[in-house]
Design a protein around this ligand. Structure first.
Ligand code: AMP
Length: 299
């Protein structure tokens, strides 16, 4: 089954203590779409400007990502720039130029409206909601967010959370949203807002799932060298959705393993700047690392 992904399609300029790379292919939807494409057919919904490099379109195509929902508009592509501190965990946003995103309204082609799996990657919650308005009864909806929307669009975000099956956010965002410093309490509060599944990302410490079947602690794959963690969270949720779209049976049955796949694909994402590692990745490498991770956590 296919996965519909809406989110940002961006040019990312990234600075780490070791290197600097301008205008790489980025955006929440780009990372998520490439990650999901290792498992299932992907339909991307987003917007780019006239400056969007042709080789980046070819990268999407290389991953067989359906681009019927990608709008090309007069103006500049969304440009985001961030700088990491030495620990590679703390990041500062240096610049956000909305460009064509300023007037973006996601329009779904007819062929996209029946997609069974919907990933609302990080983007303004009102736009995420607009995508849902156009969908016809998806099987499973997951939404991601970022602190910006908690700060400037909380009302829209709360309305959106009430409409999704699963909600994904960082640990710090979970604390901010619920005003609870304990992760179990925070998850419980988020369930009260609507979602059956709550996934809390903990960076290099893995992720946490709260669901009707109980709790799951998902490990992160230990890496010696983190080159650039940009988009790891998007790759995590993209791979989760790609994996789920290939499995039969209830979501609950497959979600834990999906998270382990997400964690592994996210680890590959961190091994290169932007999408450079993921766009060279092959499926057998993912399966091998999942098997290694399984051995690492078995006791
Ligand atoms: P992550 O490292 O998982 O937080 O994701 C980083 C990605 O989010 C980058 O590729 C950025 O282009 C994208 N991004 C940054 N700010 C925004 C924003 N305000 N809206 C949508 N996407 C964003």
């Amino acid at each position: 089954m296919s996965v519909l992904i809406v989110g940002s399609t961006a040019l990312d300029s990234i600075k780490t203590p070791k290197a600097e790379n301008p205008k790489l292919l980025g955006g929440s939807a780009s990372h998520a779409a490439v990650a999901a494409s290792f498992f299932a057919p992907v339909k991307l919904v987003g917007v780019v400007g006239e400056d969007f490099p042709k080789p980046y379109i070819q990268l999407y195509r290389k991953h067989k990502i359906n681009l019927d929902g990608l709008q090309l508009k007069e103006g500049k592509t969304f440009h985001w720039s961030g700088e990491y501190e030495v620990n590679m965990d703390n990041r500062q946003t240096l610049l956000t130029e909305l460009g064509v995103f300023e007037t973006f309204t996601p329009h779904l082609p007819e062929s996209h409206k029946k997609s069974p799996f919907v990933l609302l990657a990080n983007i303004a919650p009102s736009l995420q909601a607009h995508v849902l308005d156009q969908m016809q009864r998806p099987k499973f909806i997951i939404a991601d967010t970022m602190d910006l929307w908690l700060n400037i669009a909380l009302k829209d975000l709360l309305a959106l959370i009430g409409r999704v099956d699963a909600f994904v956010l960082n640990e710090s965002e979970a604390h901010q949203l619920t005003e609870r410093s304990n992760i179990l309490h925070a998850a419980r509060e988020i369930h009260k807002l609507g979602p059956k599944y709550v996934i809390i990302k903990k960076g290099h410490n893995g992720a946490f799932l709260s669901s009707p079947r109980g709790l799951f602690v998902c490990p992160a794959y230990p890496l010696e060298d983190v080159v650039d963690p940009t988009g790891a969270g998007d790759a995590f949720v993209g791979a989760i959705m790609g994996y789920l779209a290939t499995r039969s049976g209830p979501i609950e049955k497959n979600l834990r393993r999906a998270m382990v796949y997400g964690s592994v694909v996210a680890s590959f994402c961190c091994e290169g700047f932007g999408l450079t590692r993921l766009t060279k990745l092959k499926r057998p490498e993912i399966d091998k690392r999942v098997a290694e991770l399984e051995k690492l956590v078995r006791f």
